[in-house]
Write a protein that binds this ligand. Structure first.
Ligand code: BV8
Ligand code: ZN
Length: 337
């Protein structure tokens, strides 16, 4: 029952997100940096890709950075005076659910006001053309679904900003929700800068900046669960210290255990610091996979370290992923040379 409800919700998220996105065409990236890549490495990678049937991709916040979303590391790691990781915990929600909701309401608003980038589309295209391809995403921003990534080949390891559930562990209420703001109590006060408005993007401080005053939101002002009515609603994401969704873990294990061999795992835009997500490189290697890391920072290697035959492509995922997958997906619309 719970599993079917979960899948119904995921499907609903997809339909809504894809519908939302067909409106806006692929648009030029906001941030690109010429990637200094070695053409020989690209050639050897392309040769291996052409011979591959079973591929995994492990995604992190760096994949969505070119769309304009902050990562967890660096500047994005701090929301007001709070370290994002500390806000993403049951303890923080217990202590101040209003503050944690302001944090997630802000991230929902940001995610709803940016678009997938060519890397999201390239991975979605690979999934459509290669049944043996599956994506393990740590991202909760909904951009892979909006890029039309087939849901059965996309495993959201850490949930989604657009899934809402009851905060009580005894209640299995879940809903799909794109309201922005999530509720009236979270509507930014008048005169507060909207960080997604083109006119101000990145120019004026917004509520993620502690210098902008933000009224506190009492627990009583937060929507309560329409099912058990005994607790408030919370974001449907996996917080630190919480287990990953059983059905998602099950689906990923099924993929790995049923694959006779795995040819390749692409580790894209992640610092590989969070477990168990980063650790999937291990079982993939044990199934024969070669590892390809795509990251802006050459120091952010795969969990478990480098092995002979691994590829490291340093640069912007939005530039590199379409280029590296070209032999299978061709060039994306608007990317033709
Ligand atoms: C659990 C959802 C157990 C919420 C997230 C083993 C060892 C040590 C610690 C642990 C361990 N096992 C478990 C732990 C504890 C913990 C953990 O891993 N802690 C870390 C900090 C050490 N793990 C957990 O708590 C997990 N749960 O273990 O439960 C359990 C079992 C049974 C019963 C009870 C409990 C749950 C972890 C999930 C937490 N939720 N997100 C939210 O989003 O708010 S994690 C969140 O942070 C993201 O989802 C992601 O996973 C992580 C951020 O990492 P990245 O995505 O990699 O982003 P980051 O900013 O770090 O890096 C960006 C990268 O992109 C950089 O490399 C940068 O160079 C690159 N980049 C930037 N721009 C570009 C680019 N690359 C290419 N192109 C660009 N343009
Ligand atoms: Zn409930």
């Amino acid at each position: 029952m719970r599993l079917r409800r979960y899948h119904d919700h995921v499907k609903l998220i997809y339909k809504t997100l894809v519908a939302r996105n067909t409106k806006t065409q692929l648009h030029t990236r906001t941030m690109t940096s010429a990637a200094t890549i070695n053409e020989q490495d690209v050639a050897s990678f392309h040769k291996h890709l052409r011979g591959s049937t079973h591929i995994l991709a492990l995604l992190g916040a760096g994949l969505s950075a070119p769309s304009g979303l902050p990562t967890f590391r660096g500047a994005g790691g701090l929301w007001r005076t709070h370290d994002a990781v500390s806000l993403a915990s049951p303890e923080a929600f217990e202590a101040d659910p209003g503050l944690v909701w302001q944090f997630y309401n802000y991230r929902r608003h940001m995610a709803l006001n940016v678009n997938p980038n060519p890397a999201h589309y390239a991975l979605a295209e690979l999934a459509k053309r290669m049944p043996g391809f599956a994506t393990l995403s740590q991202n909760v921003d909904g951009l892979s679904p909006r890029a039309g990534h087939p849901p059965e080949q996309l495993h959201l390891l850490h949930g989604s900003l657009f899934q809402i559930k009851c905060a009580s562990e005894r209640c299995d209420y879940v809903e799909t929700n794109f309201d922005d703001p999530f509720c009236e109590a979270l509507r930014p006060p008048e005169g507060i800068i909207d960080p997604t408005a083109n006119s101000v993007r990145g120019t004026a401080p917004d509520i993620s900046d502690a210098s902008v005053s933000l009224p506190s939101v009492p627990r009583s002002a937060l929507p309560s669960c329409p099912s058990c009515k005994s607790d408030v609603l919370r974001p449907g994401v996996v917080w630190f210290g919480e287990p990953l969704p059983e059905d998602v873990l099950g689906a990923v294990d099924d993929y790995i255990n049923s694959a006779e061999k795995i040819d390749l795992i692409m580790v894209i835009g992640t610092s590989s610091k969070v477990q168990p997500a980063a650790g999937y490189v291990g079982p993939a290697r044990r199934k024969g996979a070669r590892v390809c890391v795509i990251n802006m920072d050459p120091n952010d290697g795969p969990s478990g370290g480098w092995r002979k035959g691994d590829w490291m492509f340093t640069g912007d995922a939005a530039v590199l992923v379409p280029k590296l997958l070209e032999p299978v997906i061709g060039s994306l619309p608007g990317q033709e040379d």
